[in-house]
Ligand binder design. Structure first.
Ligand SMILES: C[S@@+](CC[C@H](N)C(=O)[O-])C[C@H]1O[C@@H](n2cnc3c(N)ncnc32)[C@H](O)[C@@H]1O
Length: 304
């Protein structure tokens, strides 16, 4: 029996399906799907009990911040809580193509989009504390965290910062949402989750989205707090992907294996890449996940 037979795959336990209508496609410009927006709203509006910080890492133009703030505003138990929103707010060219609907050529590399974030989130300004700057220089001093929504760990160094600075405050019962877990790019997320597996309860995936929800089992100080590419052996990589495959529903399997191939590619294991990619091809690239498998395929096979 796989882990995913036991875990909740219907909106990761929140019953957020009723909230999807609040976030029709295109209402909030951004990189999150309507299901992810609905998940964040449902958690903030109904699951949050007013204790602990609500942390939004990589808030971009507010697609995660706004549902969280709207949920807090609707939650009678929220107790004045705010969203701690982090981003460096510096435009990078890839963002234009990741945006739906398109922002066109409004920004160039290096431009600040902080004014637009403030404008888009203005109706909820009282519910948001903005932390603008490079996260790698941040230290979390805000006390226990109830929800850690992580959409910033797009590199080893950012993932290491999040693990060192934020995970220790996300103690027993806290939710950690790894936004790009069912995605082929950020393979370090799978290695970190495996390294922390004894301290994490896999709750489930947000359907038609890359977000996977974990709940912290025990208290803060336990577990690793520093991480880097040299910390994992080849056997660890195999074990990490066995773990990830056991907790993610079957339609995410080829995406996870594409992430494994990317990991092996960066480790210089060409034979491992080929063996893993033939498994990706055997499984195929189901609907929602196809785009990121294609992205990794281009990266691996055009540079060899
Ligand atoms: C995938 S996007 C987040 C998308 C967003 N959560 C949404 O809902 O649409 C990743 C974000 O991380 C931010 N980021 C990248 N490197 C960063 C750094 N070193 N410090 C702070 N933020 C960073 C980017 O500016 C970007 O907004």
């Amino acid at each position: 029996m796989h882990g995913h037979d036991r875990i909740d795959v219907s909106f990761a336990g929140l019953g957020a399906a009723d909230d999807v209508a609040r976030y029709p496609f295109g209402r909030l410009l951004g990189m999150l799907t309507p299901n992810e927006q609905a998940y964040l709203y449902a958690w903030a509006a109904r699951a949050y009990d007013g204790r602990g910080a609500v942390v939004d890492l990589g808030c971009w133009l507010g697609t995660s911040t706004i549902p969280l703030a709207e949920g807090l505003a609707a939650n009678p138990r929220a107790n004045g809580a705010v969203v701690d929103a982090y981003d460096q707010f510096v435009w990078e060219s890839w963002m234009a193509s990741a945006t739906i609907p398109s922002l066109g050529d409004r920004y160039r590399d290096g431009d600040s989009f902080l004014p637009e974030y403030r404008e888009r989130t203005a109706p909820y300004a009282g519910r948001i504390r903005v932390h603008a700057g490079d996260l790698n220089g941040e230290h979390w001093r805000g006390g226990p965290i109830a929800l850690l929504f992580n959409d910033v760990s797009k590199s080893w160094s950012l993932a290491a910062t999040v693990l060192r600075e934020f995970w220790p405050a996300a103690g027993a019962g806290a939710l950690i949402v790894e936004q790009d877990f069912v995605h082929a790019y950020c393979y370090w997320l799978h290695l970190i989750a495996w390294a922390m597996r004894d301290r994490l309860e896999p709750v489930g995936v947000v359907p038609q989205a890359a977000s996977f929800v974990f709940r912290r089992k025990e208290d803060a100080a336990s577990g690793i707090t520093s991480v880097g590419p040299g910390d994992f052996s080849a056997a660890d990589v195999d074990a990490a992907y066995d773990y990830a495959l056991s907790i993610v529903p079957p339609d995410g399997a080829s995406t996870l294996l594409a992430a494994k191939a990317r990991c092996l590619f960066e480790r210089g294991d060409r034979a491992g890449v080929d063996a893993t990619w033939s498994e990706v091809l055997r499984l195929g690239a189901p609907g929602y996940y196809a785009y990121n498998i294609a992205m990794v395929e281009r990266e691996i096979f055009t540079s060899r």
